[in-house]
Design a binder for this molecule. Sequence first.
Ligand SMILES: NC(=O)c1ccc[n+]([C@@H]2O[C@H](COP(=O)([O-])OP(=O)(O)OC[C@H]3O[C@@H](n4cnc5c(N)ncnc54)[C@H](O)[C@@H]3O)[C@@H](O)[C@H]2O)c1
Length: 337
Amino acid sequence: MSETNSLGSRVLLIGGAGYVGSHMLRNLLTCGITPIVFDNLSSGFRRFIPKGVPFVKGDLRQLADIRKVLKKFKIDCILHFASAIVVSESVSDPGRYYENNVLSFINLIQAMREADVQQMIFSSSAAVYAAPKKLPIAEDALLGPNTAYGHSKLMCEQILRDVAAAHKDFSFVVFRYFNVAGAYDQGGIGENHDPETHLIPLILKAALGEKKSVQVFGDDYPTVDGTCIRDFIHVDDVCDAHFLALKNLTKSARNQTFNLGNQKGFSVKQVIDAVKKVTGQDFKVQICPPRAGDNPKLIADFCKAKEILGWKPQRSLEKMIASAWAWEKNRKAGLLA
Ligand SMILES: NC(=O)c1ccc[n+]([C@@H]2O[C@H](COP(=O)([O-])OP(=O)(O)OC[C@H]3O[C@@H](n4cnc5c(N)ncnc54)[C@H](O)[C@@H]3O)[C@@H](O)[C@H]2O)c1
C-alpha cells in the first residue's frame, strides 16, 4: 500500500511508464515520494519503472481495471499522463482517440467518484487552441482544435470543469503542454515514442545515423527563416510544475488551467542548428511541402503559471537537446533497451 508522503497525499500515476509520466515518477522518487503506477504499456515501458515501485498493469478503457486499483489503494490524487498522442493518427483514426482518451477518462471519473478520490492533475495540450490571433498564447485564447487528438483533450478538460462545478470537494489542475523535450539527467529514461513524431528526437535520430535525413515541412512561412516556430519545454520543468500543482491543488491552483511552455519560440531550422552544435554531428535536411493545419508560430504565455504557482521554466533548449542526446546514444548502444 502507498503511504502518505511529505506532500500529505497518496498519488496514483496513470501513464507512469511513458515519457512524461516516467520523468514525473523519477522526480517523485527523488523527493522520497513513492506513487503507484497504473499503465497498460501500450506506449510505455515496464523498465521505466524502478524496482520497488508498486505497478499495476491495467487499461483505463476497462472500468473494472481502474475501479480495482482505486478500491485497493487509498488514493488522494491522480496524476493523469495516459493518452494516445499521435496527432496525425488521430485524424485518420479518430475513434481510437475518443476511445482511449475520452471513454477512458469517463471511466476514470466514474471510478474516482465511487472511491471518493477528489483530486486530479491532467496533462492536456496546446492542441486545444485555435490558430492564434495573438502571440504568445494565453490560457484564455480562442479554443478550437483542428484534430481529434486536440478535441479529445478539450473534452476531458470540459468534463473536469463540469465535475468540479457539480461536486464541491473535487479539485483539478489542467496543464496544457507545448512541445515537451529533454530527458532525465541521471539517465535511464527518455522519449521513446513509436512512431516518433516529435521534432527533437527525430533530429537526434538523424544525428545518430538512424534516419537518413530530417524532413522540414515548409520553408516559406512568415517567420525568421521560413520554417515553423515552436515552443519547447524541458520535461523536468513540466515535472516541477506538477509538484507546485500538487502543493496548491486545493488552494490557489484549484480548478485552474495553465500553459507550460518557455514563452520563447525556436524555428525548426534553429532547432536543427542547435542539435548540430550540441552533438557535433552533421546530417541531411530535406525540405518538404508544408503540412495542412500547421500554424506558422505557436508560443506559450506562461504568466499565469508564474503568478499562481510561482513556476518558471529553468532549462534551456541546449539543455533539452544535450540531455535527450545522452539518452538517445545510450538507447542506440542498447544500454537501456
Ligand atoms: N510529449 C509531449 O510533447 C506532449 C505535448 C502535449 C501534451 N502531452 C500529453 O502528455 C501526456 C504524456 O505524454 P507522453 O509523451 O508521455 O506519452 P507516452 O505515449 O510516452 O505515455 C503515455 C503513457 O500512457 C499509457 N497509456 C496510454 N493509453 C492507456 C490506457 N488506455 N490505459 C493505461 N495506460 C495507457 C502508455 O502505455 C504510456 O505509458 C499525454 O497525455 C499527452 O497527451 C505530451
